[in-house]
Design a binder for this molecule. Structure first.
Ligand SMILES: [Zn+2]
Length: 239
C-alpha cells in the first residue's frame, strides 16, 4: 500500500475508500494534473485531484504534492470546454433497435474515449469512467450475447432532449452520463417507453474509427478488449 498518495477528506468522501485503496495499490507513473510533467507516485508524495464538471462523472487525476493540494476542482461548464480536458472527453453515442418477440428493444451505445484514464508506467490503464459504471451495478461485458443486470443506479429520461443520469460516487447526487440522446427516432422512443427499459453498452468503443455501418464490429472489438460495460436501465419519464 502506497502511503505517499494523499487525499483530502472531501476528495476521499467523493471517490470512496475503495477507489483510494485501488489508487494506493496500483498508481505509479502519471502526468501531473498541475504542471503536466511526469510524476511517480511510488517515489514522491502525490495528491489526488478530482475534477467535476456538468457533462459526466468526476475524473480522477494525480499531482505532485508540491504542485497543488488534494482537492475537488469544480468546472463551471462542461469539462469538454476546458482546454486541458479537450482531449478524450468527447462522447459519441448512437441509438439502435433490436427486434425481440415481445416488441423491439431500444438500445444505446455510449462511446467515451479513455484517453483521460490513469495510465500506469507498465502500460496498464485504468479507465475511471468504466470503473464508475462497474461500481454502480453495471456488468463488464465479456460476450456480445451476454445478458445484463437491470440497474437501479442509472436512469434514462425521455422528456425533451433526453438524458442518462447515474448516481455520483458519493451516492448523494446524480451526474449526467449522456445528454442529449443521439437523435432518437419516434420508433426508438416508442420502444423505450413501451418496454420501460433500454439496453446500454458503454465504454471506450472507438466508434470514431469505424464507419457508421460498422458500429457492431466496433462494439465486438471493444468487448474483446474488456472495455465495455453493459446494463439495462429503467426509463423514468415518458413524453
Ligand atoms: Zn506537478
Amino acid at each position: 500500500m502506497n502511503a505517499r498518495i494523499e487525499c483530502s477528506p472531501p476528495v476521499k468522501a467523493l471517490i470512496g475508500g475503495e477507489v483510494l485503496t485501488t489508487l494506493r495499490r496500483t498508481a505509479d507513473h502519471y502526468s501531473c494534473y498541475s504542471c503536466h510533467q511526469p510524476g511517480n507516485a511510488t517515489r514522491a508524495r502525490t495528491n489526488v485531484i478530482v475534477i467535476t464538471g456538468t457533462d459526466g462523472p468526476p475524473v480522477i487525476q494525480l499531482a505532485h504534492a508540491g504542485c497543488t493540494p488534494s482537492q475537488i476542482v469544480t468546472l463551471d461548464g462542461p469539462t469538454t470546454d476546458k482546454h486541458s480536458f479537450s482531449r478524450g472527453e468527447d462522447v459519441i453515442s448512437m441509438t439502435t433497435l433490436w427486434p425481440a418477440p415481445e416488441g423491439p428493444l431500444a438500445g444505446l451505445i455510449i462511446d467515451r474515449h479513455a484517453e483521460l484514464s490513469i495510465v500506469f508506467g507498465h502500460g496498464d490503464r485504468e479507465d475511471p469512467w468504466l470503473q464508475l459504471l462497474l461500481d454502480k451495478q453495471w456488468a463488464l461485458v465479456l460476450d456480445a450475447n451476454q445478458d445484463f443486470p437491470l440497474v437501479s443506479t442509472t436512469a434514462l429520461e425521455l422528456d425533451g432532449p433526453g438524458r442518462v443520469t447515474i448516481d455520483a460516487p458519493d451516492a448523494q447526487s446524480t451526474v449526467t452520463l449522456l445528454a442529449p440522446l443521439p437523435d432518437p427516432t419516434p420508433e426508438w422512443i416508442t420502444a423505450a417507453a413501451t418496454r420501460g427499459i433500454v439496453r446500454v453498452y458503454a465504454g471506450d468503443i472507438g466508434l470514431r474509427n469505424h464507419p457508421e455501418h460498422d458500429a457492431p464490429n466496433a462494439v465486438v472489438a471493444a468487448i474483446a478488449a474488456g472495455q465495455v460495460a453493459g446494463a439495462y436501465i429503467p426509463v423514468t419519464a415518458t413524453t
